[in-house]
Design a protein. Structure first.
Length: 128
């Protein structure tokens, strides 16, 4: 998965989680045939896949442009740390048998996920 695909997957998952949080669900089980709970788990799995190894993918992309990004290694290491924390958070949610809108709302508010999203916005722009 390329860096831009990883970023798109993570951002799409976050956007889905915002919508899911607004639904006021007590559980992610399919109520009324909407399939939102199934979709939530799909988005979480895709996010986990995109987060796993994200730091290495960023470092690889930065090495290709070393003259420009060489002094930024500490920032890229911070992004890797943020990605690992966000991945741990996503895995925690995935392990739950039921996922409420309230839980997802709190995940959305997590400083770890928000820091990562901000990091990715910066990287996406810086690597253009």
């Amino acid at each position: 998965m390329s860096l831009s695909e990883r970023i798109d997957t993570i951002e799409s998952g976050y956007e889905f989680m915002l919508a899911y949080a607004a639904q006021g669900r007590e559980t992610d089980r399919d109520a009324g045939g909407s399939g939102a709970g199934f979709e939530l788990r799909e988005f979480l799995q895709k996010m986990a896949t995109a987060l796993d190894g994200l730091g290495a993918e960023i470092m690889s992309a930065a090495e290709k442009q070393e003259a420009e990004f060489g002094p930024s290694k500490v920032f890229f290491e911070t992004v890797d740390d943020d990605a690992q924390k966000a991945l741990a958070l996503i895995k925690l949610v995935m392990a739950k048998p039921d996922v409420s809108s309230l839980l997802i709302d709190n995940v959305n508010a997590s400083i770890h996920l928000r820091a990562l999203l901000t990091d990715l916005f910066i990287i996406d722009e810086a690597f253009k």
